[in-house]
Design a protein around this ligand. Sequence first.
Ligand code: ATP
Ligand code: MG
Length: 272
Amino acid sequence: MACTVFTIANQKGGVGKTTTAVNLAAALAERKIHTLVVDLDPQANATSALGIEKQEGRSLYRPLHGEGSAFEMLTPTEWPHLALIPSEVDLAAIEIELAQQENYLLRLKSVLDPIKNSGGYRAIIIDCPPALGMLSMNSLAAADQLLIALQCEYMALEGLGQILKVVDRLKNAGVNSALEVGGIVMTMFDSRINLAKQVVEEVRQHLPDKIFNSVIPRTVRLSEAPSFGKPIFAYDPHSPGAAAYRALAKEVIERFQLDQKGDAAMTGASDV
Ligand code: ATP
Ligand code: MG
């Protein structure tokens, strides 16, 4: 089974990265696509949003130092086809410690590649902290596709320019020449606010082939679900937020052909 590694990175805080990582992953799992969430944020929000308690020593901290393997950190969730590599606060120290190691940008890649190549997962989704530091840079070096969560607000495009520049630099330096900007997810859309519509239109005009058609609405249910340790599909499966993440997953499956060599009956793929 081929595996696509997605990273959800963005230097801006609170734009819906974790909400998107968790719920997109859960929506893929609902479609029987074996998905692994890698929580690379020391805040460990994705870990708790998936109902897993933070636990000292349960993160990529040691594997990133070359101690033990990432396989030991694989943690099942309550939901079929959805696994997690959790995070905990120790991971914060990596920002400084990695810089002193050789090949520091490729540490995460070397840790995750054995899982990627194991045949166990069709998609790996990395949730990054809100900074383009060592952890996020490592995720960009390890990923096939960058998914950018953009909040529908003033200055959204300005932040976009920064991360696109970093991607170009990594590609040109040969750190990850295969890295692609896989797509842009517009988050926290409030249809009552004119500016939100304008921002979506602007992004659509600038990057028509990157922006996903599914726009994630701002809903209280999406913000409540993490405190119950559940993706939206377990918390309120018939809510507009759940519908939006299901629609996004459908687009992601089609764009990256995640149903190929997957469960054809389930995903409706018939030509592979
Ligand atoms: P950080 O940069 O701190 O990691 P983030 O980019 O991962 O943040 P989230 O944690 O996903 O962003 O979202 C920030 C806050 O907004 C959270 O409280 C979350 O519950 C809420 N939120 C995210 N998406 C939505 C939405 N579509 N509707 C309502 N609230 C949302
Ligand atoms: Mg987050």
